[in-house]
Design a protein around this ligand. Structure first.
Ligand code: SF4
Length: 340
C-alpha cells in the first residue's frame, strides 16, 4: 500500500485535488455509471492496494465503459488476487539496492531518492505496489545520511527523484533537497519521475518551477503516460510551463494488455506526446509484479508492436522497447524485427 502522509503541508489547489480523490470503488462505479457486476471484486482487490483516482484523471475516463483504457489502469480487479508464478513482490530487485532509507543505488552514475512515499493516483500495474515504504520515509537526519552518501561517491552524476511520486512532497521540502543536491559539485543532473502531469496537472506551480529549473542542475522531467486519452489541455498547459522554464520533458510508458497493446494506440500516443511537447523515451515491458499479471504482453507481441511503430513513425518518435532485469547494469533493450 502506498500511504498518503503529510498532505496537509501541501499547497491548497493540488492538495484539495489529492484530498478529494476517489478512494472507494462504490463511489467510482457510481460516478462513472458502471455496471456493478465487477464491484464486489473491486472491493476485494482494493483492500491490499487501495483505489486512488483524482478527479482530473477521472474526467478523462468514458462513462459507462468498463473497458476504458484509463479506467483499466486504476480499477482494482479480481485477477489481482491470483498468485501467478514468476510474478513477485520485488520484481526489479530494488530491495537489495537500498543502502540508506529513501535511497536506491542500482546503476552506475545515478541514484534514486524517494522524495515521497505517496502518489497522486494508484496504478494497478505499479512495480512498487509491495515496496516497503514504511522503511523508506527518511527523517531530516536520515536525509543528511543520504546526502553524505551522495557526497562520498564522485561517480554519481545524476539524482532521480522518485517515490511514490516525488511531487506529493511540498515545494518547500523539494526546494530544501534540491538546494543541497546542487551544493554537491559532482552532481550535474536532476531527473524527476512523476504521474502528476496527467493525474493532477495543476501541480506544476510557479514554486515547483523555481526549485526544478532554478538551480545549477540540468533538469529533466519524465512523465508516465500510457494512453493518448491521458493527454488533455490541462497537461498541455503544464508541459508548456515546464518547457518555458527550460525543463526537458520525456515520457515512458508501460506496455499494458487492454490499455495500449495495439499499434494504432501506440502510434497515436507518440504523435500526441510530441504535439504536447513531450518526447517518447521508453516503452517498458511490464515488471512482473504480483497482482499485475493480467496486464502482461508477451515479448513476441511487444516486438511486433515495436516494429509497427518503426514502420509508421520517424525514429525520434519511436520509444525504446526495454525491460528491467534484476542485477543487470542497465535496462535491457528488447530488439524488434523489421516488419515484413
Ligand atoms: S506507477 Fe508511480 S504514481 Fe502509479 S502507483 Fe506506482 S509509484 Fe505511484
Amino acid at each position: 500500500m502506498i500511504p498518503h502522509a503529510n498532505l496537509a503541508l501541501q499547497t491548497p489547489s493540488w492538495q484539495a485535488q489529492l484530498s478529494g480523490a476517489v478512494r472507494e470503488p462504490t463511489a467510482l462505479f457510481e460516478l462513472l455509471g458502471l455496471d456493478t457486476g465487477k464491484l464486489p471484486a473491486a472491493l476485494r482487490a482494493s483492500r491490499d492496494f487501495p483505489l486512488f483516482v483524482p478527479h482530473a484523471f477521472l474526467a478523462k475516463i468514458r462513462r459507462g465503459d468498463i473497458d476504458d483504457p484509463l479506467l483499466a489502469q486504476v480499477l482494482p480487479r479480481g485477477e489481482e488476487l491470483e498468485i501467478v508464478p514468476g510474478f513477485g513482490t520485488d520484481p526489479v530487485g530494488e530491495q537489495d539496492a537500498n543502502p540508506q532509507p529513501g535511497l536506491i543505488h542500482k546503476y552506475r552514475g545515478r541514484v534514486l531518492l524517494m522524495a515521497s512515499t505517496a502518489c497522486p493516483i494508484h496504478c494497478r500495474y505499479c512495480f512498487r505496489r509491495h515496496f516497503p515504504y514504511q522503511d523508506n520515509r527518511p527523517a531530516r537526519d536520515e536525509w543528511q545520511q543520504a546526502l553524505s552518501y551522495l557526497s562520498g561517491d564522485q561517480s554519481i552524476k545524476e539524482v532521480i527523484l522518485s517515490g511514490g511520486d516525488p511531487l506529493t512532497a511540498s515545494d518547500r521540502q523539494l526546494a530544501w533537497l534540491v538546494t543541497r543536491l546542487a551544493a554537491i559539485s559532482h552532481i550535474k543532473r536532476l531527473r524527476v519521475h512523476t504521474r502528476f502531469v496527467v493525474a493532477i496537472p495543476s501541480r506544476i506551480t510557479d514554486e515547483c518551477l523555481q526549485w526544478l529549473a532554478g538551480s545549477r542542475l540540468t533538469s529533466t522531467m519524465v512523465l508516465h503516460v500510457n494512453h493518448p486519452n491521458e493527454l488533455g489541455d490541462d497537461t498541455l498547459t503544464a508541459v508548456r510551463k515546464l518547457k518555458t522554464a527550460g525543463v526537458d520533458v520525456l515520457n515512458q510508458s508501460v506496455l499494458l494488455r487492454g490499455v495500449n497493446d495495439d499499434a494504432a494506440t501506440l502510434t497515436t500516443l507518440s504523435e500526441k506526446l510530441y504535439d504536447t511537447g513531450i518526447l517518447p523515451y521508453y516503452l517498458h515491458m511490464l515488471d512482473p509484479v504480483q497482482g499485475a499479471a493480467h496486464f502482461a504482453v508477451s515479448e513476441a507481441r511487444a516486438q511486433e508492436l515495436h516494429a509497427a511503430l518503426l514502420a509508421a513513425l520517424p525514429g525520434y518518435l519511436v520509444p525504446r522497447l526495454v525491460r528491467e532485469v534484476p542485477g543487470e547494469s542497465s535496462k535491457l533493450a528488447v530488439s524488434s524485427h523489421s516488419p515484413s
